[in-house]
Write a protein that binds this ligand. Structure first.
Ligand SMILES: [Zn+2]
Length: 83
């Protein structure tokens, strides 16, 4: 699973693990960063690769109407079991 270049200019949400404050960063920023400082409590949060993927997936799920997730190389979050 890759972090799509299509989301470089997207505003993605980072949630502070300590206080729950949501910060917004560009996709391109998240890709190259390994941590971010919370604007509310000043706490430092690590951003591991799995967390980056989760952030990108969340955005893709929210923008499904305007963004083709498959074209971005991101698998849809929802799967349907065919019986
Ligand atoms: Zn915080």
């Amino acid at each position: 699973m890759a972090l799509s270049a299509a989301l470089n200019d997207a505003d993605l949400e980072l949630t502070c693990h300590k206080c729950g404050h949501v910060s917004v960063r560009k996709g391109s920023w998240i890709k190259v960063s390994s941590s971010f400082k919370c604007e509310s409590c000043g706490g430092r949060n690590r951003i591991g690769y799995p967390e980056k993927v989760a952030i990108f997936e969340k955005y893709a799920a929210l923008s499904r109407r305007s963004l083709n997730a498959e074209a971005c190389g991101i698998q849809p979050l929802l799967t349907v079991d065919v019986v």
